[in-house]
Design a protein around this ligand. Structure first.
Ligand code: AMP
Ligand code: MG
Length: 323
C-alpha cells in the first residue's frame, strides 16, 4: 500500500517536472525576457542620466518592511541574531539617505513575500524584483514627474529596440504610447464612483496609466497633517486591467510622527529601536520615493495573461515547486 502511495506521488512529481520544463521551453519566453532586459537597461540609463545612484540590494537584515497583509514572515538566524528576508528596502532607503553625501538612490531589489494563494490572482509572485528609489527633500509631485519621465523613456526605448519581439509575440505597441503627465485620482473618488473593486474597474476602463492617491497603509507613508486621515502616498495603475504597477509615498521622518503612526498600527517598537533612535536624533531626512515591480511592468508591456507568464521558474502562490 505504502509503495503505491509513493509511486503515485512520484508520478505526480514527474508530471510537475515535465510542466516545469515546458514552462522553461516556451518559445515566447526569450522574447519576453529580452523585453524585460530592455526595460531594466532603459531604467538604468534613465537613472544614470538623472544622477540617481545605484545601490546593491540587501537580502537579509534585522528589520524589513512592516507590510504583512496576508504575507507570512520569513526569518532566519545568523550569528545568533534574527534576520528577516527582505520584503522591501524601505528602511534601508531612509537610513542611507541620512548621509549628507547621498541624495538620490535606487536599488534593483529582490523581494520575498510569501503571499497567500488567491483565486483568480494574476498579479502576485512570492518573490519578485522591484526598482526601488528614494529622493531626499522630494515631494510627491517630484516623484510623479520623475516616474512619468521614466515610463515614457522606457516605453519609447523598447518600442524602438524590441520591434521584432513585439512582432513575434503578436502584440501591438499602442499601449506604450503614453501621454504625460498622467491623470491623478484619489482612492475616495474612484471608490465612490465604482465601489469596492474600484482599482480593477478603473484600470479596465483606462487606456493610459494613472495615479491613485491617498491610501491608508504602513506607518512610514506620511499622513497629511493639514488633512488628518489622508495620506501623501500613491500607486501608479497600469491601464487595460493590469492594475497596480508601483507604490510609493512621502515618508514620515520626524520622531513623534513615526512613534504616533507606529502606535496607531501596532508596530513592534522594540524591533525598530535603532531606527527609532535615528529618528530621535533627527537623522532620518525628509524623503519621498516609490518602487515599481519589474515583472508587473514586463507583463503589462508584453500583454501577458498573468504575471507568472514572464518568469522562468514558477513563483506563483499555491503551486508545488520543484526548483
Ligand atoms: P509595494 O510597495 O508593496 O506596493 O511594492 C512595490 C511594487 O512591487 C508594487 O507596486 C508591485 O509593482 C510590485 N509588487 C509588490 N508585490 C508583488 C508581488 N507579490 N508580486 C509581484 N510584484 C509585486
Ligand atoms: Mg502597493
Amino acid at each position: 500500500m505504502k509503495t503505491y502511495v509513493l509511486k503515485d506521488e512520484r508520478k505526480k512529481e514527474l508530471k510537475l517536472l515535465d510542466k516545469a520544463l515546458q514552462k522553461i521551453s516556451r518559445k515566447e519566453l526569450p522574447h519576453i525576457l529580452h523585453v524585460q532586459q530592455a526595460i531594466l537597461r532603459a531604467s538604468d540609463e534613465y537613472m544614470y542620466k538623472k544622477g540617481v545612484t545605484r545601490i546593491m540590494p540587501i537580502m537579509i537584515a534585522p528589520i524589513t518592511d512592516t507590510l504583512n497583509h496576508d504575507v507570512e514572515d520569513c526569518e532566519l538566524k545568523y550569528e545568533g541574531q534574527k534576520f528577516n528576508i527582505t520584503k522591501s528596502m524601505i528602511f534601508h532607503k531612509q537610513i542611507m539617505l541620512s548621509s549628507p553625501y547621498l541624495d538620490k538612490i535606487y536599488i534593483v531589489s529582490p523581494n520575498v513575500r510569501l503571499e497567500q494563494e488567491e483565486e483568480g490572482d494574476k498579479r502576485h509572485l512570492f518573490e519578485f524584483t522591484q526598482v526601488d528609489f528614494e529622493f531626499k527633500g522630494a515631494s510627491m509631485d517630484d516623484v510623479f514627474e520623475f516616474q512619468e519621465g521614466l515610463v515614457k523613456y522606457v516605453f519609447d526605448y523598447i518600442k524602438k529596440e524590441c520591434a521584432d519581439e513585439f512582432k513575434t509575440l503578436g502584440i501591438g505597441t499602442s499601449h506604450l504610447d503614453v501621454t504625460i503627465p498622467f491623470k491623478r485620482y484619489t482612492t475616495q473618488e474612484l471608490k465612490a464612483k465604482y465601489g469596492d473593486d474600484f482599482e480593477e474597474i478603473a484600470s479596465k476602463k483606462a487606456t493610459q496609466p494613472f495615479w491613485l492617491i491617498n491610501h491608508k497603509r504602513e506607518f512610514y507613508d506620511a499622513e497629511d497633517l493639514e488633512k488628518p486621515g489622508t495620506y501623501r502616498n500613491y500607486d501608479l495603475i497600469w491601464p487595460y486591467g493590469y492594475i497596480e504597477g508601483l507604490s510609493g509615498g512621502e515618508r514620515e521622518y520626524k520622531y513623534d510622527r513615526i512613534l504616533t503612526r507606529m502606535r496607531e498600527l501596532g508596530v513592534d517598537e522594540n524591533a525598530f529601536r535603532n531606527y527609532i533612535e535615528l529618528a530621535k536624533e533627527g537623522k532620518i531626512p525628509k524623503t519621498a520615493g516609490a518602487g515599481f515591480g519589474v515583472e508587473r511592468m514586463t507583463r503589462f508591456v508584453c500583454q501577458q495573461k498573468e504575471i507568472d507568464d514572464v518568469t522562468v521558474f514558477t513563483r506563483k502562490p499555491g503551486e508545488t515547486y520543484l526548483f
